[in-house]
Design a binder for this molecule. Sequence first.
Ligand SMILES: Cc1ncc(COP(=O)(O)O)c(C=O)c1O
Length: 433
Amino acid sequence: MPGEGQKQLSEDTQAAEYDRAPDLPNDKDAELKKRANAVVPGGMFGHVQTRTLQPGYPQFFSRSSGSRVWDVDGNEYIDFMCSWGPITLGYNHPEVEAAASAQRAQQGIGAGPTPLLVELAERLIDLIPQADWVVFGKNGCDATTTAVTVARAGTGKKKILKAKGSYHGAIPWCSPNPHGVTPEDQAHIIEIEYNDVASLRAGAALAGADLAGIILTPHRHDTRRDQEAVLPEFAQAARDICDRNGAVLIHDEVRTGFRVSLNGSWEVLGIRPDLVAYSKAIANGHSLAALTGIDALRDAAASVTITGTFWYDAPPMAASLKTIELLEAMDGPAVMAEKGQRLLNGLAEQAARYGVNASLTGPPQMPYLRFNSDDPARTADVWCAEALRRGALFHPFHNWFVSTAHTNSDIDRALEATDAAFALVSREAVLLG
Ligand SMILES: Cc1ncc(COP(=O)(O)O)c(C=O)c1O
């Protein structure tokens, strides 16, 4: 559904045109980018900056509703990024927003937390078999960093094993970016290979008696590579190593929690972590994080400083209670899986039909497409820009997200866009490498 003025790609598109794809009306976006360049270092910070994408990719958006987003120039897209994970029920979900607004009218932050803090903690403990206690924060990084701190406080040890390429936040102990990070910041972090039991054991051996914990995402979802389900023997080895060494198994469910599973991604394996970090999808777009833990770490959690000025804000807690109620009532993860599978099936059929060698991986609630061309990054850029031009927003090197608000007709319309994108990359395969 290209918006008014959006162009259809002509059949004879030449490689040179890729440099100005996606070629949508973008005067307002271009002007804002220019102004941002003057007042924001680098023009934009963080994962939402578009300077690594095709020129012309919209950076500024003005509206979102259900499965749709509109950029500042009025171009409408079926959105498969869900704000990079928080949106499970669709943007601006009326019941979630009503719950948050009603609470905001009473109290946001105040002299102290509202009763909702206790109510939400109780709700999470009922829902998540691993959880005996809960503390709250705002962003995923609050929860992962608090988890590592609690693990160290609870064990009196320092070393943390983490998987290479796994993202746990933009903070020195785990930042993937070396700028401004000292070797001392990561001196007690030992990197291992995800799903490699030998590497995990070697990391544990290196940590020796100083192993405080292992932090893992429930499956591998690093950028720019195929997603991988966790190997049961790897999951079991992580649990066993922690048990043998008195160390803490930490799950980072920031991206997967309340999307892939409501009660813990490894419940199906019968393996429970000791601490679990949640954020993103816990409140359908409202800023909230939670760390859940087992009884044995309760005193450790009480002993460390866990705080932030806005960490007790009540409206996101109201939004979270409503989000969890709705996700549970409809079995949100199953609904998202069904929508995602429809998308994955369509993409697989198109890739095969156009003879494009591509990998489709991940749980269907958060699919990822990677091209097996000579230049996968460029092929993905061109594919995404073409889909975008035709009204479907995907990302070239980060997994996507599906929400319960995506209708079958949304998926089918998005597949019309991706059909054209596959046609383009198959036609231009030689130019794209
Ligand atoms: C798996 C995972 N952990 C932690 C984080 C950090 O969360 P935040 O950006 O909310 O601090 C992210 C963010 O993308 C993530 O995907």
